[in-house]
Ligand binder design. Structure first.
Ligand code: SF4
Length: 405
């Protein structure tokens, strides 16, 4: 494989400690997520944070938008700790963060990081005062800050200034270039101001989120070239279902391949009643399929075709993926390197044995017919042929045994 086929080396940046997790520096790329509960509802938020952490989220962001929410934060932290869940919490502040953090010092202390949006801190003189309060609070409690700029909420004064300068320029930029310049200027000027106020470079993470794939790639490529702050990647408002997953994957993959990005969040609009942890799984799978990290053994499965007369192999592939994902919570503690294990569930003998031999454990199910027989391959060698009604159970037992030994 040529060197063009592997991700570039990571862009160098200053590492930022967020509780027990490091973003940037030499640390692996961090997967994070965000709750959608009312933070004032301590129990619901605690349960969702725990669910996200159990799915593998290494940081969890919670909305802190009201006095009631700020009051609940320390209780959420305490409840999580009581449950043995020590995932660092990030507080998401807009408009009134200066008031909430001042009113509730225990909230300021319980959070491991603050996210502030320079476009939503206030306007004019108030903006400077309120921004200063936020940064001084972070300095006082020794907390890092993500300066998270979003195209949907750019600081209007700064945007007007850039548009004005552009209108008077000899070679004016086009609208997309103006947008990128505004996003990056907002992030870098805010970071410089935060440093002036005493927040160290090792306490600052930047993000510049937009909802267009090409725009995101362009803005982060420019931002990455202009600074050495740790970068949080995410496509904002990515959307629902496959569109959100595809758009996020397309955008982040290009950036990650270029070595850009120190933490990622996949913003998926959940289906009604859908599981919030899907965004964590997608984030993990992006990093794992790109060879940047390993979280859970991934199951290779063929798509099926006219040779398959039942859905049995698809069901087995899905059930074994769900099984290993669930088991990883315990396996991770007990066994080193299990996350690198590879599994294959194939639909027939055309590609089944070949693909199965490439995996650590593979099974090739029969394409059709009654009384199925399914050869199993372990580290490339055929070990057993499964038959009868309990092929799935016996295959799980083979996976368990492989992990144990
Ligand atoms: Fe079809 Fe068999 Fe190939 Fe699966 S392995 S796609 S069932 S030919």
């Amino acid at each position: 494989m040529s060197s063009n086929n592997i991700p570039s080396s990571r862009r160098k940046c200053v590492g930022v400690k967020v509780g027990s997790v490091t973003i940037g520096g030499d640390a692996p790329i961090v997967v994070q997520s965000m709750t959608n509960t009312d933070t004032a509802d301590e129990i619901a938020t605690t349960m969702q944070v725990a669910q996200l952490a159990r799915a593998g989220s290494e940081l969890v962001r919670i909305t802190v938008n009201t006095m009631e929410a700020a009051r609940a934060v320390a209780g959420i932290r305490a409840r999580l700790d009581d449950m043995g869940c020590h995932v660092p919490l990030v507080g998401d502040f807009h408009f009134n963060g200066h008031k909430l953090l001042t009113a509730y010092p225990e909230c300021a202390q319980a959070l491991a990081k603050y996210r502030i949006n320079p476009g939503n801190v206030g306007q004019g003189k108030k903006r400077d005062e309120q921004f200063s309060t936020l940064i001084e609070t972070a300095c006082k409690y020794d907390k890092p800050v993500r300066i998270g700029v979003n195209w949907g909420s750019l600081d209007p004064t700064m945007l007007a200034r850039i548009m004005d300068e552009n209108a008077r320029a000899a070679s004016p930029m086009d609208a997309a270039q103006v947008m990128r310049k505004a996003l990056i200027t907002s992030a870098l000027e805010s970071a410089a101001k935060a440093e002036e106020l005493g927040l160290g470079r090792d306490r600052i993470v930047l993000s510049c989120k937009v909802s267009g794939v090409q725009d995101l790639i362009a803005v982060y490529s420019e931002l990455a070239a202009q600074c050495d702050y740790a970068l949080h990647l995410g496509l904002t408002e990515a959307g629902m279902g496959s569109k959100g997953i595809v758009a996020s994957t397309a955008a982040l993959s290009v950036l990650l391949f270029r070595g850009i990005g120190d933490t990622i969040r996949i913003s998926l609009t959940p289906e009604p009643g859908g599981d919030r942890s899907r965004e964590v799984i997608v984030g993990q799978e992006i990093l794992q399929t790109m060879g940047l990290r390993a979280f859970v053994p991934l199951v290779a499965a063929c798509p099926g075709c006219g040779r398959t007369t039942s859905t049995y192999f698809q069901e087995l592939a899905e059930s074994i993926q769900a099984y290993v994902r669930e088991q990883m919570i315990d396996w991770r503690e007990q066994y080193d390197g299990v996350e690198n294990m590879t599994l294959a569930v194939m639909g027939c003998v055309v590609n089944g044995p070949g693909e199965s031999k490439h995996a650590n454990i593979g099974i090739s199910l029969p394409g059709s017919g009654e009384n199925p027989v399914a050869p199993v391959f372990v580290d490339g060698q055929k070990t057993v042929t499964l038959k009868g009604d309990n092929i799935a159970g016996e295959f799980r037992a083979i996976v368990d045994e492989y992990v144990r030994t």
